[in-house]
Design a protein around this ligand. Structure first.
Ligand SMILES: NC(=O)c1ccc[n+]([C@@H]2O[C@H](COP(=O)([O-])OP(=O)(O)OC[C@H]3O[C@@H](n4cnc5c(N)ncnc54)[C@H](O)[C@@H]3O)[C@@H](O)[C@H]2O)c1
Length: 486
């Protein structure tokens, strides 16, 4: 299957818009197709709206943003895309017809995935050309912040298509969950629907309001669910014997049962109760306002979970490690060549370490790159250099790191949105406990010096919280770089 540089979107509503924002953010071009031309404006608005929260998700170096184009010609999209994500309304016949049509215009090595919430891939791929590249990739709203994507293969789906799709979704920061066997509703929606059915019963029977039922989750189980699912949580609740004890103790209630299974009739009265309840909960706040609040806490939660390396936080951590590694890999051959020249006694001056682009979300109210982003870009250059010297994730896990002790930044010119920049770096000084670096940041188009930074790093034992000598091999590599960048 192909490497994905351009994502094709089929249908650009709520879910198509979310896919666009996520893919663009991680450097993938997007060609979006919808029957309605007015969806272009809506889509661009949705992408802009997602930017604020996405920009705060990670400070790791990102590739330049992808480019977005829009068309009402589904066939043109199918010919240009490396992977197609279908997000049209949830109607089996409509999806079958459109997927069959698009499959006749997309080359056979292009994966075609459906965002369907509950239809099965075997049904969807029925009339397609090359159905082996078709699968379900079911995301969650907001697609740009929630990493879960359920991958489901149908009777005709090939292992290669599932593998390629999993690789792509991981690349754009997601957690592909392989569903072993196709069932209506996949996994998550089956669970969500069970909960929702009970909510409808409890409201219908006048037992609780929508607000009270949401409180019953938000103040309790909801907090646990972000890091551990129902099964592991119940294992903990069973004491020393875990799940076995839990099943013995509470198993009988499952037979009573507490829950009702069949959905209640959706009468006008029940619909009114549900609508009035959620309107009271919204308390006058618009959907946009509530979305912003939701996005902000979703970012914050993932950052906390990253510290514990669990759930969505583990996905974020792995993504960041790859982004740092990608940025460092680009400059590694240059650093190695310079180090070899330095060792041979012919230092070549500063090293070109980092290429980047000023992203729109880095701009402050003056229209220029904001202060903190200068430190971030210089930090990314430092990271590339230190990785080359051997200070990577494994080194940090061994209990050692370089801590910033001093930063002196001098601003010389402005950097505007979308401006391409590069960073030149030198090792000014190194001994077994300290490294002093000098970076200069330039505009690529005219080489103007934008800013410079001199930074002092101390080598510490993270456990002892003390400055200690660095590993001899790291010291040797940094010394070679000092000689090379003299
Ligand atoms: N909304 C959610 O929370 C959610 C979550 C996960 C998955 N999904 C699934 O994603 C899919 C899309 O849902 P949505 O909420 O984004 O719907 P939506 O109604 O917001 O968007 C559907 C879009 O498809 C376009 N469209 C309709 N027919 C088309 C055609 N023949 N060709 C091209 N475009 C066409 C419409 O103009 C519209 O812009 C559904 O299968 C749904 O089950 C939805």
């Amino acid at each position: 299957m192909r490497q994905v540089r351009t994502l094709g979107l089929l249908g650009t509503g709520v879910i198509g818009g979310g896919w666009a924002a996520r893919a663009l953010h991680f450097g993938i071009d997007v060609i979006a197709a919808d029957l309605k031309p007015e969806m272009e404006e809506w889509l661009r608005g949705a992408v802009a709206n997602a930017e604020g929260a996405l920009a705060r998700l990670t400070f790791a170096p990102l590739p330049p943003k992808g480019r977005l184009s829009f068309t009402t010609d589904l066939h043109a999209m199918a010919r240009a895309a490396d992977l197609i994500q279908e997000n049209i309304p949830e109607q089996l016949e409509l999806k079958q017809r459109v997927l069959a049509d698009v499959s006749r215009h997309a080359p056979a090595d292009v994966v075609i995935a459906s965002s369907t919430s509950g239809l099965t891939p075997s049904d969807l791929q029925r009339d397609m050309l090359a159905p082996e590249r078709m699968l379900v990739a079911h995301p969650f709203n907001p697609v740009y912040l929630l990493p879960l994507v359920e991958l489901v293969g149908g009777a005709a789906t090939s292992a290669a298509a599932l593998e390629a799709a999993a690789g792509f979704y991981t690349y754009i920061g997601m957690h592909p969950l392989r569903v072993r066997r196709e069932v209506p509703g996949h996994l998550t929606d089956r669970l969500q629907e069970a909960l929702w059915r009970e909510i409808l019963h409890l409201v219908n029977d006048g037992v609780a309001t929508t607000g009270e039922l949401d409180d019953s989750i938000v103040y309790g189980p909801g907090l646990r669910w972000a890091g551990m699912g129902t099964n592991l949580i119940y294992h903990l609740a069973g004491g020393e014997t875990g799940m076995r004890h839990m099943l013995r103790q509470f198993g009988p209630c499952l037979k009573w049962p507490w829950t009702k299974l069949e959905a209640p009739e959706l009468t006008e009265e029940l619909i009114d109760k549900m609508v009035a309840g959620t309107q009271a909960q919204a308390a006058g706040r618009s959907i946009r306002e509530l979305e912003r609040l939701r996005d902000d806490y979703l970012v914050a939660i993932q950052q906390v979970l990253r510290e514990y390396n669990i759930g969505a936080g583990a996905t974020l951590r792995a993504l960041e490690e790859r982004l740092y590694e990608d940025a460092a890999a680009a400059s590694r051959p240059r650093i190695a060549a310079a180090a070899a020249a330095g060792a041979a006694g012919s230092g070549g001056g500063a090293l070109r370490l980092l290429e980047t682009q000023v992203r729109p979300e880095w701009i402050d109210y003056n229209g220029h790159m904001t202060d903190s982003r200068y430190l971030q870009v210089f930090g990314d250059a430092t990271d590339a250099l230190f990785r080359y010297a051997g200070i990577d994730d494994a080194y940090r896990r061994s209990g050692h790191a370089l801590y910033t002790a001093e930063s002196h930044v001098v601003h010389k010119a402005e950097a505007r949105s979308q401006e391409r920049l590069y960073v030149m770096s030198r090792v000014l000084e190194v001994d077994e406990k300290r490294v002093r670096l000098f970076h200069s940041m330039h505009r690529t188009r005219d080489e103007t010096l934008v800013a410079s930074a001199e930074q002092l790093y101390l080598h510490v034992s993270t456990e002892a919280g003390k400055v200690v000598p660095m590993d001899a091999a790291v010291h040797t590599r940094l010394s070679a770089l000092q000689a090379a960048t003299r």
